[in-house]
Design a protein around this ligand. Structure first.
Ligand code: ADP
Ligand code: GLC
Length: 475
């Protein structure tokens, strides 16, 4: 099958969070299954590209004609189409600019307009999150006259329903989408253009990144205002659990580690703990349980309950390292607390190499998320024999089995309620289990034995593409 995988980020060219990991690894797994898969993304300032010649191609938005450049890079064996448009993309960050609507609206149309220039006619375009979610709408409108476009199927994967891409009506007009799509059954959401909603309505198939989140988003609590719409499209909605790239996340081969180790040489993992303690400036105490945390610092990741519980957690005689960036509202109290404690180390930055050393050097990995579409942190930590402590939501519920509830299959510690006491209770259980030592090696081995590769999920995506492909009906 010919697949065009559209994403705003793809590791290692550009990564902000889990979307970058997925876009850098799922296409490789599809390629390994024998499919012709190519990635398309904008070329930001930090994206290194080969010095080959740029092909110019026209991008039509309504009656206006723009120009963009096309270059090809690679991630492993997978070709990556980079869309060049310096005034929109040649900037130091991926997101968070005032004109993001224009930047990604343009991206959506450019994805279709590059097909003739690249002479690549995919069976399916796989769009991801709001940044590429207008592709199905464009495909059903402006491109619907052309048979080559009409044959393309579309999939939208929702990685995070919180971010929907909401913009004023002027953007809809600038993009040249047809007036027939401006209504509450189309791209409009309470008087604004909603990229994600347009994707849900116009894509042939919609999925999320875990089976539990696929159910959750159909409820008021997790639906972010779109639960009714999602329920009405339940027939084309499914959940497929993410995988992780076993080449990037592998303690036996990880170039960022002081000491490599595997399931059969788990005793060597302690050298990574010592190294992490040293790097963090923590006392070299082998017996103190070390809890790691690598994440965006936002409400989604559980900071409301974590900030309140932190002092009590630290009273348990543990060590804690936190790496992340995000909202000042949470960064500030956490760093203020860290200044008064020698057992809490906080790095407010993005650091890929340090993240690897935290996954390897910690005993536990904490993810008390309020909601979590899939979550990769807990999967990576399982692979590193670092025991996850998580709240039971979304993909966390689908990947971590509570040790107390099921000691023979447990691979982590799970709590249910989004509340301080529940979080505290889970950390207490985890720490007590660690101190008792009995069963510690076996839980680590069980964690490392979980199959978190893309193998099974990539096949499920192929089945989804099969469902999505086929002739489109014009809007
Ligand atoms: P999300 O996509 O919601 O941010 P995920 O758990 O799916 O959460 O993925 C987060 C990814 O980003 C993981 O690969 C994690 O290691 C990485 N990450 C998050 N924050 C940082 C940071 N400050 N430095 C390095 N890596 C980070
Ligand atoms: C989103 C979600 C996260 C998921 C990632 C990759 O950023 O917040 O849970 O793992 O996308 O799908």
């Amino acid at each position: 099958m010919k697949i065009l995988f559209a994403s705003a980020e793809a590791y290692p060219l550009a990564k902000v969070g889990g979307l970058g990991d997925v876009a850098g690894s799922l296409p490789k797994a599809l390629k390994a299954l024998g499919h012709d898969v190519r990635i398309v993304m904008p070329r930001y300032g930090m994206v290194q590209a080969p010095r080959e010649e740029v092909v110019q191609f026209p991008v039509h938005l309504g009656d206006a004609n723009h120009e963009a450049g096309l270059r090809t890079a690679r991630i492993g064996q997978v070709p990556v189409y980079l869309i060049e448009k310096p005034d929109l993309y040649d900037r130091p960050k991926v997101y968070e600019y005032d004109d993001d609507g224009k930047r990604f609206g343009f991206f959506c149309k450019a994805i279709l307009d590059l097909l003739p220039a690249a002479d690549f006619w995919p069976d399916v375009i796989h769009t991801n999150d709001w940044h590429s979610a207008l592709v199905p709408a464009f495909l059903r409108s402006t491109a619907s006259q052309d048979e080559r476009f009409r044959r393309i199927g579309t999939v939208l994967t929702i990685h995070n329903l919180l971010h929907q891409g909401l913009f004023p009506r002027q953007l809809f007009d600038w993009l040249g989408l047809p007036g027939s799509m401006w209504n509450h059954e189309g791209a409009e959401f309470y008087g604004q253009l909603n990229f994600m909603k347009a994707g849900i309505v116009f894509a042939d198939c919609v999925n999320t990144v875990s089976p539990t989140y696929a159910k959750e988003i159909q409820t008021l609590e997790f639906g972010e205002g779109l639960d009714g719409l999602l329920r009405s499209y339940a027939a084309k909605l499914s959940g497929i659990l993410n995988g992780i790239d076993h080449d990037v996340w592998n303690p036996a081969k990880d170039p960022f580690l002081i000491q490599k180790y595997s399931k059969s040489t788990l005793e060597k993992k302690s050298a990574d703990k010592v190294a992490l303690q040293k790097e963090a400036g923590l006392p070299p105490d082998a017996k103190a349980p070390l809890i790691g945390f690598v994440s965006r610092v936002t409400a989604q990741k559980g900071f409301d309950i974590l900030v309140e519980t932190f002092p009590q957690i630290l009273q348990m005689g543990i060590q804690f390292v936190l790496l992340g960036t995000g909202e000042k509202k949470y960064e500030d109290p956490v760093s203020v607390l860290a200044r008064t404690r020698s057992d809490l180390i906080v790095w407010l930055k993005y650091d890929e190499a340090l993240a690897h050393r935290i996954y390897a050097g910690s005993d536990f990995f904490l993810m008390p998320s309020k909601f979590e579409p899939c979550g990769l942190g807990q999967m990576i930590s399982l692979r590193y024999g670092t025991i996850p402590i998580v709240r039971s939501t979304g993909g966390l519920a689908d990947t971590v089995v509570d040790m107390t509830a099921d000691p023979s299959t447990g691979n982590g510690f799970v709590f249910r309620d989004y509340a301080r006491d529940a979080l505290l209770g889970a950390v207490q259980r985890a720490v007590a289990f660690y101190r008792a030592r009995k069963g510690w090696r076996s839980i680590q081995r069980r964690a490392m034995s979980v199959d978190l590769s893309w193998k099974a999920s990539a096949r499920q995506y192929v089945a989804l593409y099969e469902r999505a492909r086929g002739p489109l009906v014009g809007a």
